[in-house]
Design a protein around this ligand. Structure first.
Ligand code: SF4
Ligand code: SF4
Length: 473
């Protein structure tokens, strides 16, 4: 966007008052409510089909289980993460950090090449706003003009009925969305328990559900495009990520300017293809005029492309006056997707992905930790043995329950379990305690190193080094 200002078409961008304010705020700082005209067209239909798939994925995924475990779970409270059936424990935090860094690099790379494509096609905010809530609004309150009339009109019984119906449906959907997001965190079984059992048994969960619902309801019934314009951090990053080669929803100013309204019987002269009908502005859910150039508020929803294509068809001019293109593409007809920045981001991304793949494929299926119980040195048993108490933690990253057996590597000494023999349940962390005992003569005073072997039946699955503390002689 900053690059357009320096272009050799600067005469076109000379009038840049539009940058002094945003389309949704008036001169007194009050919110201007946007009533975008409902638009149909090629891109809108494609986005509708994609939104069906994404919504089915979002709402369906928590119900899908493999081996009794959800396919996706992000339980930050209990630190249990399952991604497409693969369990990640807190011990895999380094993988999570690397995955987050890779994701940020991927987003940067994607934005450098394809602009804000993500926002228009897959962002949950846009999908819910444009494909769910907005459609319900058109269905209940009618067209954009009818909605405006209704809002500006007096509170008649019809207005009250429509508003109650719309807000009621909005709230029910917000509850559904909130429960679904909660299911990704605590699992669908827990959500069902919260919904079906008395509130007093799940007060915390019930409050979380209410808060989530209230937030979603507020976002989609009132905040709306302000999320994309003023809150979303990804939107804020556009000005540093986009360059003249980034593909965005763009107006072909070379072809469109000078814009001129069509008037019957009047020659068009040297006018461009834009007939200044304003349709691209009327359909925009963020209220901007894409003819001013790329703007921070544009969520790449493609509504202006469809609207303009429809107009071009009517006036018998080629479609694509507004289209996916880069600034350089419009200016010179040449697109350059693999520029230096894209190559640099791609290289870093490939390196990160390779590191992650290696770390992921070489990570153990079971991780064991044995630590001497804090605050306890050693004890002498009635048989004259020296014993240390240990706490153990077994992270089982497989979906199967594993009966475990512990053994000291050098064969000397003895392990006595506190409680039953450990069985590490699948995709979870099992904790317990045990004593290790040695004859006094076998030990050096102070710290002694020892190795505990962990077996699943006859298979040695891990060796863990730890310390044994012995008294002085
Ligand atoms: S819809 Fe197309 S023709 Fe109409 S004002 Fe926008 S760019 Fe110009
Ligand atoms: S300018 Fe076009 S693509 Fe961007 S938000 Fe408005 S209608 Fe959507």
């Amino acid at each position: 966007m900053q690059n357009l200002e320096q272009s050799d078409h600067s005469e076109f961008y000379d009038q840049e008052e539009y940058r002094d304010s945003i389309a949704t705020v008036d001169s007194e700082g009050k919110r201007i409510w946007i009533y975008p005209k409902q638009q149909d067209g090629y891109f809108y239909r494609l986005r509708t089909y994609l939104s069906w798939f994404l919504l089915a994925f979002l709402f369906g995924m928590p119900w899908i289980k493999v081996g009794g475990e959800p396919l996706l779970l992000f339980n930050v409270l209990e630190r249990r993460f399952i991604i497409f059936g693969v369990y990640f424990a807190p011990q895999d935090f380094h993988l999570f950090v690397l995955a987050m860094i890779s994701f940020v690099i991927f987003v940067a790379l994607f934005t450098v090449v394809f602009g804000r494509l993500f926002c228009g096609w897959v962002c949950p905010q846009t999908i819910f706003m444009e494909m769910v809530f907005r459609k319900i609004e058109y269905w209940i309150e009618g067209s954009a003009a009818a909605q405006k009339r209704l809002n500006n009109g007096p509170w008649t019984s019809e207005k009250i009925r429509k508003k109650l119906l719309k807000q009621g449906i909005f709230f029910l959907i917000a509850v559904l969305v909130a429960n679904t997001f909660l299911a990704y965190i605590i699992g669908i079984d827990e959500v069902i328990r919260i919904v079906t059992e008395p509130i007093s048994l799940h007060l915390g969960g019930f409050i979380a559900m209410l808060l989530f619902s209230a937030v979603f309801y507020f976002v989609f019934s009132w905040l709306r495009e302000q999320v994309c314009i003023a809150i979303c951090p990804y939107g804020r990053m556009q000005s540093v990520l986009l360059d003249q080669d980034s593909i965005t929803v763009a107006y072909d100013f070379k072809r469109g300017e000078p814009r001129k309204r069509i008037k019957k019987g009047q020659p068009q002269g040297d006018a461009g293809d834009c007939i200044d009908c304003g349709m691209c502005v009327r359909v925009c859910p963020t209220g901007i005029d894409i003819r001013n150039g790329i703007q921070l508020e544009c969520v790449n929803c493609t509504a202006c492309i469809d609207a303009c294509d429809e107009i071009m068809e009517k006036v018998k001019r080629p479609k694509g006056l507004i289209r996916y293109d880069s600034y350089n593409g419009i200016l010179s007809g040449k697109r350059n997707l693999y520029n230096k920045r894209a190559i640099a981001y791609s290289s870093i991304l490939v390196v990160l992905l390779v590191i992650q793949a290696v770390l992921f494929t070489t990570r153990g299926k079971v991780e064991c930790l044995f630590l001497r119980t804090p605050g306890m040195l050693y004890q002498e048993t009635p048989e004259g043995l020296i014993q240390n108490l240990y706490n153990y933690q077994i992270v089982n990253k497989t979906g199967d329950s594993l009966p475990l057996r512990f053994q000291l590597k050098d064969g000397k000494g003895e392990i006595r379990l506190v409680g039953a023999a450990p069985v590490a349940a699948g995709n979870t962390v099992t904790e317990g305690a045990l004593f290790i005992l040695f004859e006094k003569e076998m030990l050096r005073p102070g710290k002694n190193r020892l190795v505990i072997q962990v077996y699943n039946e006859s298979e040695l699955i891990e060796e863990v080094e730890t310390n044994f503390f012995a008294p002085g002689r």
